[in-house]
Design a protein around this ligand. Structure first.
Ligand SMILES: Nc1ncnc2c1ncn2[C@@H]1O[C@H](COP(=O)(O)OP(=O)(O)OP(=O)(O)O)[C@@H](O)[C@H]1O
Length: 253
């Protein structure tokens, strides 16, 4: 499913958070969204997923989701948002509870999602028994079990340590190769953007406006350090000054 964001503007009371975002995302594409703290990245994701209604502008979907897609949009959150008393399999199955499905299909979907995220042997574990990386794999499996047309990832690796983040990036690349959603990936982390995305949207400091859209022409399988060093440097050059200003901003009220 293609996505078109047309003139998305958002105010929180008197605060202009996003200003006139126009963006076309092709079916199956991964688009990262980066920008200084508070520039409206999460707000934009919330608007695309329908959690927030924009003050102006609209999100248009073009084409139908695949026949087996139960929800057009699903989220992966930074804090995993798992139910602690439910097993891994039951957390993943949660996303299917609002759908009338034959038991066998429900089980097959859960198993496929667990296999895709490397969790097949952890179905009966409880979240507290798992490392942060494994918990986030559950969060990803729960999002994928509905076979979404659009996967919305809000800082999915930010709560993880550097090594776990590396491992999860490798896993996400393997997942990208095996499932066909369109993806919007919000991150602070330039490595994640440069490793995982087809294009990177760089937002300005608040109010968020598109500064530049950087296409990454290196094949996903070759995104190791040196191959993307130039992209990373370019992204940093784009946000560096504004990131510093955002960091130094004094909050009022
Ligand atoms: N519910 C809200 N009410 C009022 N202001 C809000 C609300 N949510 C966000 N904001 C403000 O809107 C601006 C954009 O917030 P948003 O969380 O979308 O930015 P972000 O780029 O995702 O931030 P960060 O990089 O720090 O996660 C910020 O200044 C934030 O303080």
């Amino acid at each position: 499913m293609d996505l078109r964001l047309e003139g998305i503007t958002h105010h929180y009371d008197g605060l202009l958070a996003l200003d006139g975002i126009d963006l076309a995302v092709r079916d199956g594409e991964t688009v990262a969204i980066i920008g200084p703290s508070g520039c409206g990245k999460s707000t934009l994701l919330g608007i695309v997923g329908g959690l927030l209604k924009p003050t102006a502008g609209r999100v248009v979907t073009v084409g139908a989701p695949r026949a087996d897609s139960l929800n057009p949009f699903t989220y992966v959150f930074q804090d995993f948002a798992l139910l602690p008393w439910r097993t891994v399999a039951a957390n993943v199955a949660l996303a299917l509870e609002h759908h009338r499905l034959p038991r066998a299909e429900r089980q097959a979907r859960v198993q496929a999602a667990l296999a895709l995220t490397g969790l097949a042997d952890f179905a009966a574990a409880l979240p507290r028994q798992l490392s942060g990386g494994m918990r986030q794999r559950v969060g990803i499996a729960r999002a994928l079990v509905v076979r979404p047309a659009v996967l919305l990832l809000d800082e999915p690796l930010s709560a993880l340590d550097a090594q776990t983040r590396e491992l999860l990036m490798e896993d996400l690349l393997a997942i990208w190769a095996r499932e066909r959603s369109t993806r919007l990936y919000v991150t602070h982390n330039l490595d994640e953007a440069a490793r995982l995305a087809d294009r990177v949207v760089v937002l300005s400091r608040r109010p968020g406006r598109i500064r530049e859209i950087v296409a990454i022409d290196v094949p996903l399988a070759e995104r190791s350090g040196p191959a993307i060093a130039g992209v990373r440097e370019h992204l940093w050059a784009l946000i560096r000054d504004e990131a510093r200003d955002a960091e130094r901003e004094v909050q009022h009220g």
